[in-house]
Design a protein around this ligand. Structure first.
Ligand code: HEM
Ligand SMILES: [Ca+2]
Length: 685
């Protein structure tokens, strides 16, 4: 026992020493300008690293967990090595649990269960207390759940880098080049699906996942390229992407990649590395309201239940947000919403504004109908309605376009046409899974086009490279900027979901004035390896789908791939088990009526299952206290994307279903054709 105590004590001490060395090195690399500081002036052009910064923003509750996560990870490895046991066995050694708990306590930021009020009518901001038996389930700033045991190189936390033959996997950039290169001759568009499917997807992605990525000193971006081997070895957060000579786009041998931080379990148990989700798992419009209480308070006006909104119907400026966008015109500013990534594409900004305007419209009506209702009650009730609308459109209109109508029905994901249904099952954990955020839900990247369509008059197309993180379009044409961007999304067909990805993100993501940029697809593949996500075949087995024993597209092989895609995979991977799940999943042929292949349809379907059945406040629930009345729910179920857009984007006409291109089956109609909710049903007796 004495020996176990000494081992654990020494491991924790060494972890602390290593952490302090890391910090010193980070300070040095930040001071010398190697790591890149944030750019505080939005009018100064940003470098590609600075553009990326909104995606690596650490919020306050996550930032305070960084050190404890590091210590737990480091010490887990030391202790399992010293005791000569696997991480699954370590707690079986006598005394280990007690001694570990005692030693780690001073450094552990424990997540203690919130005290819940079961009679509370409304969901919390961060998702806590949704599950009354397990109040932390689905809360923000907790690790993702794992559906399969991770595959780390050292079984604890080093990225997955080798395949079943023991050889190194192909570089993420090579996979991107070979499997996901958009053939420039003929970028294919989908005749039916509009870009709105893509945009809605990104918005709900930002509702569900925001994985915390390591930062350097003073919030600098860690730069993992141009370091000597010796220094690189001292930066465990670095996992740069190797670029093979002869690359068509990138001439340097290295693309920056910083690992997601190691998140610890609620009570800092030893275990394999897991990543922290800063977003609340529930589909609860947290991209609008904020993922935690601190942020939520910054967005509210605290007057008549409304959110802060300018006279143009936009989000106001946020002080800390000014480093996250690039401005071109005087008077423009970077907006503050519930999520830092709001500016990445004008379409995303426009659709978040749509929800802002809807919240304030509802709040105004509730105030008029119930003059004595206080700010808090109007805010909460309006928020509840907005979340209901978001959930309804997602499950009734959007999800069937993505995973197909058949699976949506089969999995019990389609809403009932009328009335309530009680689906809540407290044993279901709604926490977003690691594979969903790191791979499956990134499917939307294949739907992107190279341009943003600004639908003023005959329309104007702007390359994505000119639009990343630039809100200029949103501020154009007085209050109409969002409308022209929104209309552009509904009238622009999406790229074909063929696994090929357009140049503007595959070669030119965050292109800056020095001609530097990222490859989003390399980042996705590397992120999967960073998170230790098992390969394609493991997930096929998980979903009960046949797995590939060879690279042919016939029986026993890659049966859901075209022969061409199967050949591409064969040309770079040594064994079908090695295929990265993002690459293998994205290149599958889409399911009937959907845009993703059978594997991603399964993983996405199963996540939306837990988000529905594991949400006590799901909008269809019949609970007298937390649900809507029968008349209210029936009225809410009339809401469609078209009715929202018509109302807030002031357009005269729109197709019935803006997720699909207009045509004889989806005609353009006058905007006053669309039903509205009857908010009078919210008048208190
Ligand atoms: C509009 C253009 C888009 C851009 C420029 C963009 C860019 C990015 C970037 C830079 C990342 C972080 C990559 C990393 O380092 O791991 C990311 C992550 C992600 N993207 Fe996109 N994306 C876009 C659209 C979409 C769409 C349409 C979807 C889904 C339908 C989507 C889903 C995701 C997901 C789920 C993540 C992981 C988020 C997290 O866990 O933090 N993205 N995207
Ligand atoms: Ca959420």
């Amino acid at each position: 026992m004495m020996q176990v105590r000494a081992i654990i004590m020494q491991a924790v001490a060494r972890a602390r020493a290593s952490l302090s060395a890391q910090k010193q090195l980070n300070q040095y690399l930040s001071r010398t300008g190697h790591d890149e500081a944030m750019n505080p002036t939005p009018y100064m052009p940003k470098t590609y690293h600075q553009h990326y910064a909104a995606f690596s923003h650490l919020n306050l509750p996550a930032s305070i967990q960084v050190d404890s996560g590091y210590i737990v990870q480091f010490a887990t490895k030391e202790i399992t090595n010293a005791l000569g046991v696997s991480v699954d066995e370590v707690y079986k050694c006598p005394g280990v649990r007690e001694i570990w708990d005692e030693m780690i306590a001073p450094y552990c930021i424990r997540r203690d269960a919130a005290v819940c009020d079961p009679s509370c009518k409304y969901r919390s901001i961060d998702g806590s207390c949704n599950n009354l038996m397990n109040p932390l389930m689905g809360r923000s700033n907790r690790p993702h759940i794992r559906l399969l045991k991770p595959q780390y190189m050292d079984d604890i936390g080093l990225p997955r880098q080798t395949g079943v033959t023991g050889e190194y996997l192909p570089s993420a950039r090579t996979v991107s080049n070979v499997v996901h290169n958009q053939d420039p001759c003929c970028p294919m568009v989908d005749p039916d699906i509009s870009l709105f499917v893509m945009q809605w997807g990104q918005m709900i992605d930002h509702d569900l996942t925001d994985t915390a990525i390591a930062k350097g000193a003073n919030d600098a971006t860690v730069i993992c390229c141009n370091l000597t081997r010796e220094v690189l070895m001292k930066r465990p957060e670095c996992f740069p992407i190797n670029i093979v000579p002869g690359d068509q786009r990138f001439k340097e041998p290295c693309m920056n990649f910083v690992r997601s931080i190691a998140g610890h379990s609620d009570s800092c148990d030893m275990g394999r590395r897991n990543q922290l989700n800063q977003a609340s798992s529930f589909l609860d419009a947290s991209f609008l309201y904020g993922h935690n209480d601190e942020d939520a308070a910054k967005i509210r006006s605290f007057h008549n239940g409304k959110l802060k909104m300018t006279n143009q119907g936009l989000f106001p400026a946020g002080l800390e947000d000014q480093s996250h966008c690039e401005l071109q015109n005087p008077g423009d500013y970077c907006m503050k919403s519930g999520d830092f990534r709001i500016h990445v594409m004008p379409g995303l900004t426009a659709i978040q504004v749509l929800f802002l305007r809807e919240h304030n419209r509802i709040a105004d009506r509730l105030h008029m109908l119930n003059p004595s209702m206080c700010d808090e009650d109007i805010y909460q009730e309006s928020r509840k309605i907005v979340i209901g609308i978001l959930q309804h459109i997602t499950y009734s209109q959007w999800l069937p376009r993505v995973i197909g109508e058949t699976l949506t029905m089969q999995m019990g994901l389609a809403p009932t046409p009328m009335g309530h249904i009680n689906t809540y099952d407290p044993s279901i954990d709604p926490t977003v899974s690691n594979v969903f955020g790191a791979a499956a839900f990134r499917f939307g990247h294949t739907l992107l086009r190279n341009t943003v369509l600004y639908m003023k008059g005959q329309g104007m197309q702007v390359r994505n490279e000119m639009a990343f993180n630039r809100p200029a379009m949103i501020f154009s044409d007085s209050t109409m900027g969002c409308s022209f961007v929104g209309l552009g999304l509904s009238l622009h067909s999406s790229s074909k979901a063929d696994g090929q990805v357009v140049d503007s993100v595959r070669n030119n993501l965050f292109l800056d004035m020095n001609g530097r940029s990222f490859d989003l697809i390399s980042l996705n593949i590397q992120r999967g390896r960073d998170h230790g996500i098992p390969g394609y075949n493991e997930w096929r087995k998980f979903c009960g789908l046949p797995y590939a024993m060879h690279f042919g597209s016939g029986p026993g092989g890659l049966i859901h791939h075209s022969p061409e895609d199967a050949k591409k995979l064969y040309s770079i991977y040594r064994h079908p088990d090695d295929i990265d799940v993002f690459a293998g999943g994205l290149s599958e042929e889409p399911v009937e009526g959907g845009v993703v292949g059978p594997l991603f349809a399964c993983l996405i379907g199963q996540q939306f299952y837990t988000l529905k059945y594991g949400d006590r406040f799901f909008y269809e629930n019949a609970d007298q206290n937390t649900g809507f009345s029968t008349r209210q729910i029936n009225s809410l179920k009339k809401m469609t994307l078209a009715s929202l857009m018509c109302r807030h984007f002031e357009m005269p006409h729109l197709q019935m279903n803006p997720f699909r291109m207009p045509g004889p089956m989806n005609p353009m109609v006058n905007c006053n054709m669309f039903d509205d909710m009857d908010l009078v049903l919210w008048r208190k007796q």
